[in-house]
Write a protein that binds this ligand. Structure first.
Ligand code: ASP
Length: 444
């Protein structure tokens, strides 16, 4: 028998209809033994997530204002679910206790955690599973930082003896019993911690999208869903802003090689996206799997004849940035030049001072700045064919008359990073996506 941890996000648990749907999904595979639940999310685009309602309760309560309007909105979300499912759940007692907390000593994290707490308790009862409160097994240190090693031991000890369980996502507690939450969307992390703790065979992450898309759907019409993506490729994609999973959710399972399967609650038959250490044998491997990018970048160009012979030149340049706590995105070095890519919003406030310092310290022959650039990542781990794929990508940009400002590919060949003007960003993404689409159709 396999063990599957299945995490359901806020939209998958937003109302009674969704509860029914996920009950069916869980029943379809008896290996889905450990369920991680989020708080009820949005039922329609203009709706408010229960976590946001709870945070409004806390804001009002801590300012000494009346919070009853928001508390009633929270209560109603849960009472609708309970009533529609015909359940007998002590909601009024829970709300009364929570009200007391808000009146006496309102704590932000405790308040925010009540959405997951209540939803998971209701779900556990509805499924007939045991409820596991992460207060006892997701461990934070006294500074409110998650203690992964202790959590793994405690979660493992809590879950292993249970045949089937529902664990509330998003929060845990420190040694003094004080509740701490993870960052927003943190139930993904709880799911990952649970999968690692019980050495699950698979971590399913059920959400409201088909999986990881090969391009931003706001730019490319109906982009393909990526079938397989490696943990490393996913890192680049998340860094570039593709947000399908909390970034901290990868490490606990990738360490152990547990695959993550992104699934769509609205299309449960779809296989979704598998996030794996290595693409399994027999599966098609494409040279490029996705394209993503970030706008609002600036490029500092420092030129000096024979830089390559001058020991420490690049190190001094990077030290200047470090001393100003200015992180950089990329650093490209050439024979007579050093080029650094920096986010424009970080550079802007200190631009003048920084340039003066570079001029005085490095005495360059030329110091230039290019602004309003976008960095596009062409992602694909299949090294051997990347060379040909790169040529196609560059050709697609020149065909569209898109000027290339920077090109960066390390020896790792995980991704090719290309700088283009901001105003050409969307055109560039579409042109590159077409090459991915063509290459996939040629391989099939
Ligand atoms: N409910 C929390 C949030 O809205 C955590 C989560 O859904 O994962 O961020």
């Amino acid at each position: 028998m396999r063990t599957v941890v299945a995490k359901f996000g806020g939209t998958s648990l937003a109302d009674a209809k969704q509860f029914r749907k996920i009950k069916e999904i869980i029943a379809e595979d008896p290996d889905r033994r450990y369920i991680v639940a989020s708080a009820p999310g949005k039922r329609f685009p203009e709706d408010t997530k229960v976590t946001d309602l709870l945070l409004r309760c806390w804001e009002e309560a801590s300012a000494g204002n009346d919070f009853e309007t928001y508390l009633e909105m929270v209560r109603k979300r849960f009472s609708d679910i309970i009533a529609e499912l015909g359940m007998d759940f002590p909601l009024d007692e829970e709300i009364a206790e929570f009200r007391k907390h808000l009146q006496t000593d309102p704590q932000r994290d405790y308040t925010a955690s009540r959405g997951e707490y209540l939803n998971s308790r209701i779900l556990a009862e509805y499924l007939g599973f045991t409820f596991v409160d992460p207060e006892w097994c997701v461990c934070f240190d006294e500074n409110g930082v998650l203690d992964q090693a202790m959590t793994r031991r405690a979660l493992g000890a809590s879950l292993k003896p249970l045949e089937k369980a529902v664990i509330a996502g998003f929060y845990g507690a420190d040694m003094n019993g004080r509740i701490h939450t993870l960052s927003r969307g943190g139930s993904d992390v709880t799911g990952s911690l649970a999968a690692a703790a019980i050495q699950a065979d698979l971590y399913e992450n059920w959400t409201d999208v088909p999986g990881l898309l090969a391009a931003d759907p706001r730019i490319v019409e109906q982009p393909m869903t990526v079938q397989f993506v490696s943990y490393r490729e996913l890192r680049t994609l998340s860094y570039m802003g593709a947000s399908v999973l909390h970034t901290d959710a990868v490490l606990p399972v990738s360490d152990m090689g547990i695959p993550i399967n992104i699934r769509n609650t609205y299309e449960p038959e779809d296989p979704g996206t598998m996030i794996v250490r290595k693409i399994p044998k027999g599966e098609k491997k494409y040279p490029i799997i996705a394209v993503a990018g970030r706008q609002g970048m600036s490029v500092i160009q420092v030129e000096k004849v024979m830089v390559s012979d001058e020991s420490g030149f690049t190190a001094i340049m990077l030290d200047i940035l470090k001393n100003r706590q200015l992180p950089f995105e990329q650093c490209l070095t050439g024979i007579d030049s050093v080029t650094v890519v920096i986010r424009s919003d970080l550079l802007e406030p200190c631009k003048e001072d920084l340039f003066t310092e570079i001029r005085e310290t490095l005495k360059p022959d030329f110091l230039g700045l290019k602004e309003n650039l976008s960095m596009i990542a062409i992602i694909g781990e299949k090294g051997t064919e990347v060379c040909d794929a790169n040529v196609r990508v560059l050709q697609s940009l020149t065909q569209e008359d898109i000027q290339i400002s920077t090109i960066n590919q390390g020896a790792g060949k995980l991704n090719l990073l290309i700088g283009v003007p901001d105003e050409k960003y969307e055109e560039a993404i579409r042109a590159i996506y077409r090459t991915i689409d063509e290459s996939i159709h040629e391989t099939v």
